[in-house]
Design a protein around this ligand. Structure first.
Ligand SMILES: [Zn+2]
Length: 231
């Protein structure tokens, strides 16, 4: 499984619990951050990447990389798509998690678009001669910050604390609160992320959850075994 995100600390807020859960089940998981947060008000890109490697250990990732694309001005260029397609061919993920395709931050929806198009390109035989074609089987969109109905929700009740520890590894971002309130302190971030995870968990009758959207229909073989009560 490979999660592709715009910034270090994005997956820790949106799909980190799912990555932890899949790693605990024995799957090999990875994260590719497209930028190193070089436009961030706090911390240097070097600090952000170092913090993301600490977070990777909490997330039980087998691999984490950073493409060092330009933060806050991510563009869906041919170079961006091709570089990412080659990376996808190297890593050969069966499942790719992308940000949801609509978002407030332009980097988030561009990362979604670049990610989708790179997955497509990666499967083309004649793309380039140095790597084998590979196309992921499944693309999931992480929809935690999007106001849309999820296609499904993963129960991350047992993974929530570990995900929180991963997020708090970014000490340059989540240290003491500043006057403007743009950078929340630990109690604030814990309450905020706890409330969101609790909201999604509640939709499937568990404590904490992470939502995803898929564009294709979901297949069900045993209707009787379907979880989550209707009434
Ligand atoms: Zn972000």
């Amino acid at each position: 499984m490979l999660a592709i995100a715009a910034h270090p600390d994005d997956v820790e807020q949106t799909c980190g619990g799912t990555l932890i859960r899949m790693a605990e089940m024995g799957y090999r998981t990875g994260v590719l951050d497209l930028t190193a947060g070089d436009m961030g008000s706090r911390g240097t890109p070097e600090e952000r990447v170092a913090e993301s490697q600490t977070a990777a250990r909490h997330l039980l990732l087998a691999w984490r990389g950073n493409q060092h694309m330009p933060d806050a001005r991510l563009e869906n260029t041919l170079t961006a798509r091709m570089t990412l397609a080659v990376k996808i061919r190297e890593l050969k993920p069966r499942v790719v998690i992308l940000p949801y395709w609509e978002a407030r931050h332009p980097d988030h929806y561009r990362a979604s678009e670049i990610g989708f198009e790179a997955c497509f390109l990666a499967g083309l035989k004649k793309l380039e001669e140095y790597s084998e074609p590979h196309r992921p089987q499944k693309i999931l969109y992480s929809s935690l910050y999007a106001d849309v109905k999820p296609s499904f929700i993963v129960d991350i009740s047992a993974q929530f604390e570990r995900r929180m520890a991963a997020l708090l590894s970014y000490s340059s971002q989540y240290g003491a609160a500043d006057a403007g309130g743009l950078f929340p302190d630990e109690p604030e971030i814990r309450e905020r992320l706890g409330a969101i995870a609790r909201f999604y968990g509640n939709l499937i009758g568990v404590r904490y959850g992470e939502p995803f959207v898929v564009k294709e229909a979901m297949r069900v073989d045993d209707i009787v075994a379907m979880p989550v009560r209707s009434i």
